[in-house]
Design a protein around this ligand. Structure first.
Ligand code: AHR
Length: 664
């Protein structure tokens, strides 16, 4: 028999048997009896930034855009209509120094009794209404002169009324009026109509509409589906509020947490830096109302079981933009903001900021343990400022750890400078960022194997695999969240997990993006006004965070960590409390692989292993709000036979969980 013929017969035989015996097998040795590295409870977390309409128009469930007329164009988002002979006009009035957070209100003048005068809000690229659900309107109002009535309506994109009700009569003094809309139909791009009849003048402000059904049913709270998706990631921490938003394009535009707490109507709105950042994705209607402020972030952390990780401005604006810095002798108020934030989060009720937290509804401390100084800062200017922050925080709050910047790049001169200098300062956690092609993540699966094991730890604070822009041209907004990108991130994450003694925290970025209003992609979760979708990258994050374990156990292939040999990547942990062994295997090749596991120092109890698999044959596959389940985890039980090879599908992420027999 010639060789070629023999090969064909053998191939046919083994494919009939369902395994490819011609293929090399990888035999992984798992030293279950050698757990060493503890995995920090904060290992896998989330990064929240108000980019892509993540806060206003996203997680913050407010449906009215420009509710208090504070946008640069005071009537942006609002439309006026005179219907059936009605006549009226609107004057935007500035209270000036009387109220710095909420300067403007609308003074509506109704000139005749004939028809109606309508004031319509378009929402954030439309308003999403759900049939059968309630929506709560509130507005500050007072009547000047005359006799005026107000009806409100929710209308769908075709203008049909899907909910309506009357609003209680106006009073002579400012009063918050409320009303409830019960919707009879769905609308993805609806709007809110205020319909005035009568003659006279009425003043209105803070016109607000929230779904009744918010996350944890908090009044005027968070969009339930989005917050639930965050909770389902089981994040160990939540970093907020960014990102570059912390820095601002200039210092005036920086994030100032004190302006985001207290009475919602007094929070001073500013332009969102992503409004103007990218000319090809400009968003002239993007502002920060701070309805979602620092109290709300802390509360969300508590609700989803994540440790809070606020990042503060360190006296430097974005160095890609103005690069403006505050002079060293003017830095004290910035440092004081950090100290006051610790007091706001943890302080007693006898302290100024602890009292405010209690007044806002949370007397118990928020248990803040870590704070970030600056975002993507670099150079000597950063080091100088960081040292002053560090000294003040260590001095007053030695219990609070600090995250420091490594700059925006994963290597190079700027990175090396800070990496060396911050380690010399005994910095607690260095925040590394990498937005890079998918293949970078494969090449860097061993990045931390070689890192120094000194006291300074790594926070992989922002990362995502970015495909070339034209690769998915003209497809859905969500199309850059490809399966290939997610798969390469998973391969890289086995390296983070293996090196959990070096990497204590990691978060994908950015988190949220509105399909009609994004500036940056890829992102972890996409949404429109009614729906949201978990990307393949989301499921990869979830695979690691929900299967974290408590200690790393070594996995080796011929004595070496599996970091791409035969396109395979692996890491393993044990969950001591539940007696589980968790093995992660990523296959980045187009062919299936045979992998066996030699468990050392442990035996498996029970006959089955639980096998969670993510896979797709198409590297460019993605999930979208229209097709949310293209890639999703499949969980099955598979018979466990010691040392018997298992089939690892092409382009797949696998989490295999085994129950270990108790040892005495
Ligand atoms: O995640 C988007 C941006 O990327 C962040 O704001 C910034 O820190 C980084 O450059």
């Amino acid at each position: 028999m010639n060789k070629k013929f023999l090969h064909i017969i053998l191939t046919a035989a083994v494919s009939l048997l369902g395994i490819n015996a011609l293929q090399a097998q990888t035999k992984l040795t798992i030293q279950v009896d050698k757990p060493g590295i503890e995995i920090s409870p904060t290992m896998w977390g989330i990064f929240f930034e108000d980019i892509n309409f993540a806060a206003d128009g996203g997680l913050y469930a407010e449906m009215v855009k420009n509710r208090s007329f504070e946008f640069a164009d005071p009537l942006m988002g609002w439309d006026l209509k005179e219907v059936n002979g009605g006549k009226g006009n609107i004057l935007v009035v500035n209270r000036n120094l009387l109220n710095t957070g909420n300067q403007r209100y609308a003074d509506i003048n109704l000139e005749n009794n004939k028809g109606t005068f309508e004031f319509i809000n378009e929402g954030f690229r439309g308003m999403g209404f759900k049939s059968g659900e309630d929506y709560n309107l509130s507005m500050m109002a007072k009547v000047g002169t005359g006799n005026i009535n107000l009806q409100i309506q929710a209308v769908n994109e075709a203008g049909a009324v899907i909910a309506q009700t009357a609003v209680e009569p106006f009073t002579k003094d400012w009063k918050t009026l409320t009303a409830k809309l019960k919707c009879t139909q769905n609308a993805a791009k609806g709007s809110l109509k205020l319909i005035f009849t009568g003659t006279g003048r009425v003043q209105v402000d803070m016109i607000s509409l929230f779904p009744e059904n918010t996350f944890k049913h908090r009044k005027n709270g968070l969009r339930a589906d989005l917050a639930q998706k965050l909770a389902d990631l089981h994040p160990g921490f939540m970093r907020f509020p960014g990102g570059c938003i912390v820095e601002g394009r200039d210092l005036a535009n920086r994030y100032q947490w004190k302006k985001t707490v207290g009475n919602v109507s007094d929070r001073q709105l500013i332009i969102n830096r992503w409004n103007t950042e990218f000319s090809y994705r400009s968003a002239p209607d993007y502002f920060q109302s701070f309805g979602l402020g620092f109290f709300d972030y802390f509360q969300l952390c508590e609700d989803i079981g994540a440790a809070p990780l606020p990042i503060l401005n360190c006296g430097m604006a974005c160095q890609f933009n103005s690069g403006e810095v505050i002079s060293i002798n003017q830095l004290d108020p910035f440092i004081q903001d950090a100290l006051d934030l610790i007091e706001f989060a943890n302080g007693g009720l006898n302290t100024k900021w602890g009292r405010l937290r209690a007044d806002m509804g949370h007397p118990a401390p928020f248990n803040l343990k870590t704070i970030g100084i600056g975002n993507e800062q670099w150079g000597e200017q950063y080091l100088e400022r960081y040292k002053l922050f560090a000294a003040a925080i260590h001095n007053k709050h030695p219990e609070v750890a600090m995250v420091t910047s490594a700059g925006p790049f994963s290597g190079g001169e700027l990175f090396d400078y800070l990496n060396k200098a911050l380690r010399a300062e005994n910095a607690g956690l260095i925040d590394e960022h990498y937005y890079a092609p998918p293949e970078w993540f494969l090449r860097n699966a061993n990045r931390y194997d070689k890192y120094s094991r000194d006291k300074t730890k790594i926070f992989a604070g922002e990362y995502a695999a970015h495909i070339k822009d034209d690769a998915q041209k003209d497809k859905h907004a969500e199309s850059h969240n490809t399966w290939w990108a997610a798969l390469c991130e998973a391969a890289f994450m086995t390296g983070l997990e293996r090196n959990a003694d070096v990497v204590n925290m990691a978060s994908y970025a950015p988190l949220l993006a509105h399909v009609d209003a994004w500036q940056w992609r890829p992102d972890l979760i996409w949404f429109d006004n009614l729906r949201s979708v978990a990307t393949p990258n989301y499921y990869v994050q979830q695979a690691f965070s929900a299967n974290k374990g408590s200690e790393v156990v070594p996995v080796t292939d011929n004595g070496k960590a599996l970091t791409g040999q035969d396109s395979l990547y692996s890491s393993s942990t044990i969950d001591r409390e539940n007696g589980k062994l968790i093995i992660k295997v990523v296959n980045t090749s187009l062919t299936a692989k045979q992998v066996s596991f030699d468990l050392q120092g442990a035996t498996v109890s029970g006959k089955d292993m639980q096998w969670m698999q993510l896979s797709d044959k198409d590297k460019l596959a993605f999930n979208s709000v229209d097709n949310p389940d293209a890639i999703k985890p499949v969980i099955r039980s598979v018979k466990w036979v010691a040392n018997k090879p298992v089939n690892i599908e092409p382009l797949s992420v696998n989490v295999i969980t085994l129950t270990l027999r108790k040892t005495k």
